[in-house]
Design a protein around this ligand. Structure first.
Ligand SMILES: Nc1ncnc2c1ncn2[C@@H]1O[C@H](COP(=O)(O)OP(=O)(O)OP(=O)(O)O)[C@@H](O)[C@H]1O
Ligand SMILES: [Mg+2]
Length: 324
């Protein structure tokens, strides 16, 4: 028997340790009697999440395709379970690699929702952590910290950002190793109620996996998030503004295109996150501009328009004293 050293409490009786043969996880009431893909999709309402993912996220075609593949796997697994064709829960731990601001956290939240709707995790929440949340400073601190995080994440998705910081080969007795070992056990033994997503830069993650074959072999799905092109960044910007009831005024979209062109070439460019930050600052400038004119009656149009000047005052254009 493969008795786990660490078992995080709080999982339902149905998924108790190895005495019962592993079955499909916490089979939900929904889709229990389904016999067709359409029935599973309708009962679990997974189609909505997939459609929202398609609609709300610009670009990311390869990522969206992989998520559809994973959803297909899970739906078929559900149908197989209904006919008793089950051996083990499909492996679901994942790695999301890509540069900052490419949508990894956002997609992980959608993934958690899909897993929940199909009954692969009980609650469907996402707990996002980094090394500091898992690893202690002193001997004896790491295990309780890691276990506390795992307990919070049970029934959902544990998202470990910049996961490679857990492994510091230059320091022989680094406590990160202890966190990795606990993670490994829980990923193996409680994979019917916890999905782990390791995220970070692609090259560093590749090196991390090479040095940690135990972890690597437990990751079933590798999703790579490409950088956005200039056109996609513009679309993302338009969408972000629209979601907050703003819009580009005359010439502002052109100005923003020129802004993006410059900003992409600068250090610390972070894809969609940089777009969000730039627009937040443009809103700040718009507000200052409107605030300065005390007597003017402001229309809805005034209040929702980002003018070209609000973009062009950015430091990216060399404006002195301006915010980035
Ligand atoms: N394809 C997209 N379409 C629309 N908005 C997006 C897209 N990708 C990311 N965003 C937005 O950009 C911001 C950053 O995204 P997110 O936090 O998911 O990226 P990340 O890859 O996790 O970044 P980091 O590595 O910095 O944590 C969020 O506000 C998100 O809503
Ligand atoms: Mg993130």
């Amino acid at each position: 028997m493969n008795a786990p050293l660490y078992r995080i409490p709080g999982t339902p009786a149905a998924s108790a340790p190895a005495e019962a043969p592993a079955t499909t996880p916490a089979a939900p009431a929904v889709a229990a009697a389904a016999r067709s893909v359409a029935e599973v999709l309708a009962e679990s309402q997974v189609e909505q999440v997939l459609a929202e993912l398609d609609r709300d996220l610009i670009g990311l075609a390869p990522v969206k395709a992989r998520i559809r593949d994973i959803a297909a796997l899970l739906v078929i697994d559900k149908l197989r379970a209904n006919l008793g064709l089950v051996s083990q829960a499909p492996p679901l731990h994942m790695s999301f690699t890509g540069n900052p601001g490419t949508g990894k956290t956002t997609v992980a939240m959608r993934m958690a929702e899909i897993l929940h709707r199909l009954g692969y995790v009980r609650k469907g929440h996402l707990v996002a952590v980094t090394r500091d949340d898992l690893v202690g400073q002193y001997i004896g601190h790491t295990a309780p910290k890691t276990k506390e995080v795992l307990k919070k994440a049970m029934g959902g998705v544990l998202f470990i950002d910049e996961a490679y910081y857990l492994y510091r080969p230059e320091n022989e007795r680094d406590y990160g190793q202890e966190a990795i070992e606990i993670l490994l056990q829980v990923m193996e033994n409680q994979r019917d109620d916890l999905v782990v997503i390791l995220a970070g830069y692609k090259d560093r993650m590749d090196t991390f996996f090479q040095s940690n074959p135990g972890l690597s072999s437990r990751i079933a799905h590798h999703l790579d998030f490409p950088d956005y092109g200039a056109g996609e960044l513009m679309q993302i910007g338009r969408q972000m503004l629209a979601q907050q009831a703003y819009r580009f005024g005359e010439g502002a979209e052109d100005a923003f295109a020129r802004y993006l062109e410059r900003r992409i070439a600068q250090p610390h460019f972070a894809n969609a996150r940089s777009v969000r930050n730039a627009l937040d600052r443009a809103r700040l400038r718009q507000a200052s501009r409107l605030f300065a004119d005390r007597a003017r009656q402001l229309t809805a149009d005034d209040l929702s328009t980002i003018a070209a000047a609000d973009i062009l005052a950015s430091r990216v254009f060399g404006g002195e004293g301006a915010l980035a």
